[in-house]
Design a binder for this molecule. Sequence first.
Ligand code: NAP
Length: 285
Amino acid sequence: MAELIDGKKISMDVKMAVKEEVSSLKERGVSACLAVVIVGNDPASRVYVNNKKKACELVGIESREYALAEETTEEELLGLVQKLNADPAVNGILVQLPLPKQIDEHKVIERIAPMKDVDAFHAANVGKIMIGDYDFLPCTPAGCMELLHSTGIDVCGKNAVVIGRSNIVGKPMAMLLLHENATVTICHSRTKNLKEICRNADILVAAVGRAKFVTEDMVKEGAVVIDVGMNRLENGKLCGDVDFDAVAPRCSYITPVPGGVGPMTIATLMKNTLTAAKIQNHTAE
Ligand code: NAP
């Protein structure tokens, strides 16, 4: 049976380390502040935003919420982002996605000042990640890497398979694995022989968005499985992309959902906001 990778505990360790640094920054007269922008009434977005605010409270980062109406125009949102870019008291800007259909997400992301882009979605930050010279790492893939590191397994030379090629999870995840010298395969909806490819993975990352998509016959004996999926079942329960009960007995390590990748995403956001505050106040080592 696999060993569980405890995202709750590991994320708490990260947050405690951030808290310590935030408090020592405060002693030097520097405070960290995250602006969180939410547009509309999506209940899942509201939960994520509340969780991010709670994490800020825990680590001592000031959080400012900007809750805008569903019918907000693109221009209004771009105006707010511009204002936050110019506000020296704000170190990080997070615009909760998805945005209502009248707003072009890409335009909004590109309007955020790269030095305040704590999600690391701006093209300038994505480019820096590609060349391996970055200030911020995207929160979910960086959280996955930290979970992998917690197992003590050396990523170097391993066959890693990432299912999913989104800009926010799949692609940067593959890049981070590559930076650590894994041999990486990215799979997507047009991939042929998905099962065979996955069965060859020493490290399998599922970022598909379909409940229990990864079945037992797709997993190599002894593989490490990282489940990024967060799918809401009809009974209201949260479920990953991996059929946990069937897959776990085959793995060496596996992340649960909930309590795996999700908490790490938020912990990394705290880390990135701290980094942004340090850079903007010239206190980074
Ligand atoms: P996304 O943008 O919808 O991307 C899903 C990816 O899965 C796409 O690349 C798609 O391929 C691929 N895919 C879909 N059906 C497939 C199939 N039958 N075979 C192989 N690949 C298939 O989703 P995302 O934003 O990356 O998120 C993925 C999951 O992670 C979701 O459940 C989301 O809720 C969760 N998530 C969790 C966190 C967290 O903090 N835990 C953060 C972000 C996302 P194509 O590109 O070909 O369409």
